[in-house]
Design a binder for this molecule. Structure first.
Ligand code: UTP
Length: 294
């Protein structure tokens, strides 16, 4: 029986070049989505899926990420003295929802390299990896399913999403040998395939549950494109030894590391917000009418 998944690893040491100039001195993971940084949404998703231990891979320029999940006694004392109970709770809840650990990658040697930094922390346990720029606000449902699948089968499980036509050429693509409902047995992974050669229409998305076998594979992964250690190359080595499964998800959420989708996340998630949702709906209606768009 596979050990329980307890830890979420969140690689946050990338440069965020797709979101310049916003990310020149501010970590992409700290960009606000509605009322909290993107990375907090992702931690909350992991916690909702049953995880209580979080390891964030940061870099020397991402001190803000570490501070966000640390206690801020001065602020808490001030809020307490002013009787701002709700604000105090929202600040405390950030640090109390899990145990946080941080390790620095040093330089962005690639996503695979960032994940390998977790080896000493998770040791021989299976663990989840969540990319902090991909928001999946589904109350942890997808990640929970992936964890169950990994714990039951003993295989690593990655999330996959169907895309239309040539779009697949922009992503990692997974081919499969068999399918049982929404779970596939992966038999190949190709990075950005030409549309004609793509083994399927399933793109790899930013949620993974790995058995510790991934560390052995990362150890022998040669630097790939741009001299980076690619996670995809290590995942490809898991196929057949000991095996790699995919969960086909119905909603891939938002790519908050990219301007347009970040804006969409802000609009949709603020519409869902119980406090400001109806005001945001009114505001959007007003803007549309004012511009003659509706
Ligand atoms: P991305 O390639 O999407 O992020 O990596 P990036 O490199 O920050 O962004 P762009 O492409 O320049 O705009 C996916 C995730 O992996 C992390 C990133 O922080 C991001 O959350 N990552 C990437 C690392 O932690 N280390 C790396 O060396 C590379």
């Amino acid at each position: 029986m596979t050990k329980r998944v307890r830890t979420a690893v969140i690689p946050a040491a990338g440069l965020g070049t797709r979101f310049l100039p916003a990310t020149k001195s501010q970590p992409k993971e700290m960009l606000t989505v509605v009322d909290r940084p993107a990375i907090q949404w992702v931690v909350e998703e992991a916690v909702a899926a049953g995880i209580d231990d979080v390891l964030i891979i940061t870099s020397p320029t991402k001190k803000g990420v570490e501070d966000h999940f640390d206690r801020m006694t001065e602020l808490e004392t001030l809020l307490e003295a002013k009787g701002k109970v709700e604000m105090l709770q929202s600040v405390r809840q950030i640090t109390e929802m899990a145990t946080f650990h941080f390790t620095r990658q040093g330089a962005p040697f690639g996503l695979g390299h960032a994940v390998s930094m977790a080896a000493r922390h998770v040791r021989d346990e299976p663990f989840a990896v969540l990319l902090p720029d991909e928001l999946l606000p589904d109350g942890g449902a997808t990640l929970r399913r992936m964890i169950e699948e990994c714990e039951e089968s003993g295989s690593s499980v990655i999330s996959l999403f169907e895309v239309d036509g040539p779009e697949i050429s922009n992503y990692g693509c997974a081919g499969f040998s068999s399918r049982d409902g929404d779970v596939v047995e992966i038999d190949q992974i190709v990075e950005k395939p030409a549309y004609e050669n793509a083994p399927s229409n399933l793109k790899v998305t930013g949620r993974y549950v790995f058995t510790p076998d991934i560390f052995d594979k990362l150890d022998v992964t040669e630097p790939g494109k741009g001299g980076e250690i690619q996670l995809t190359d290590a995942m490809a080595m898991l196929i057949g030894d000991p095996g790699l499964r995919g969960l086909v998800i119905k909603d891939a959420g938002y790519d908050a590391g990219q301007k347009l989708d970040w804006l969409r996340a802000n609009v949709e998630l603020s519409l869902d917000d119980p406090v400001v949702g109806s005001q945001v709906a009114d505001m959007i209606r007003e803007i549309m009418q004012g511009r003659g768009l509706s």
